[in-house]
Write a protein that binds this ligand. Structure first.
Ligand SMILES: C[S@@+](CC[C@H](N)C(=O)[O-])C[C@H]1O[C@@H](n2cnc3c(N)ncnc32)[C@H](O)[C@@H]1O
Length: 287
């Protein structure tokens, strides 16, 4: 038996619910605008809007502890959710605020009527900004960890380019800040350890039955023989170890956005890592 859409927790009809239940997404690309290029690691607006429409309802609080230029918060404004983000870098907070204001100007005559903001702080201080048991959904993409342990001068712009794309990838200077509290500067063990703090605190601010969704991509450690790093599996284990229930795994197929590269040819075959994972956790009822 189905029920009217306005009686389901997310406002979806049974038909929409079924159509949107595919676990491989290849239809969430949205055009990149100039402000996306200023950041360089944003996820598409369509992806954020899809996630919010599946895992939250109107008026719910949606949170992003690594908010970048505020894609999650802007989706919240569009879909009538309350959106809160935290972002370390001031220039991204400022850009997020102006994009949010613009979105709200377009949507509401009184732009102060619903709260949407990106707070400039460290994700690990999230409990300063949110009440316990208040958030319905967290959607976030943390920065990639730093797999490059070489001294900075070995990575400078004047270095010669490598002919193998896999090696060349390892030579690129990562697009994160030089700040010590930037997760993009943490080596992988420290990265996972510090994310644990964020996961524990997110669990505390999430209400029972609420969701937490992490957009991550597996990596190859090109400094260690192209060893495969199953980031999504490590994130699942991290969630389980901090009290979350693993609820789902969605593959975001990015083959249409990324050029295929000839890797390891002709000696070793590697696949191009052209998908990301949405690791979906749920807060158990008794936490
Ligand atoms: C992959 S980007 C997120 C982009 C975002 N999803 C968007 O669409 O705009 C990760 C962000 O985490 C931020 N970040 C890094 N370390 C942080 C920390 N300790 N606390 C909060 N944000 C941090 C980076 O500055 C970066 O903007």
């Amino acid at each position: 038996m189905t029920m009217p859409a306005d009686e389901t927790f997310n406002g979806l009809s049974a038909k929409e619910w079924t159509v949107l239940s595919k676990n491989v997404w290849n239809d969430v690309s949205s055009p990149r605008q100039s402000h996306h290029l200023l950041h360089g690691a944003t996820f598409p607006a369509a992806l954020a809007e899809r996630v919010l429409s599946l895992y939250s309802g109107r008026g719910d609080i949606v949170f992003d502890p690594f908010a970048g230029i505020g894609t999650t918060v802007i989706a919240a404004a569009k879909l009538d959710r309350v959106g809160v983000g935290i972002e370390l870098q001031e220039q991204f907070c400022k850009l997020a605020s102006s994009l949010i204001d613009k979105e709200k100007m377009d949507l509401f005559s009184n732009k102060e009527s619903v709260r949407h903001e990106v707070i400039c702080d460290d994700a690990r201080a999230l409990d300063k900004h949110l009440y316990s048991n208040s958030v319905q959904l967290t959607l976030s993409a943390p920065p990639y960890p730093n797999l490059d342990t070489r001294p900075p001068k070995a990575k400078g712009p004047g270095r010669p380019r490598k002919s193998d794309p896999l090696e060349e990838m390892s030579e690129r200077v990562p697009a994160h800040s030089l700040r010590q509290d930037d997760f993009g500067n943490f080596g992988y063990p420290m990265y996972l350890e510090e994310l644990k703090t964020v996961f524990r605190k997110v669990l505390n601010v999430t209400r029972e039955g609420g969701y937490s969704i992490w957009v991550v991509r597996d990596q190859r450690d090109t400094y260690d023989g192209a060893r495969y790093i199953p980031v999504h599996a490590d994130i699942i284990n991290l969630g389980l170890s901090t009290g979350w229930r693993h609820h789902d795994l969605i593959v975001w197929d990015q083959n249409d956005q990324r050029r295929l590269m000839l890797l390891g040819y002709p000696n070793v075959f590697y696949s191009n890592l052209n998908c990301s994972y949405l690791v979906v956790f749920r807060k158990p009822k008794d936490k």
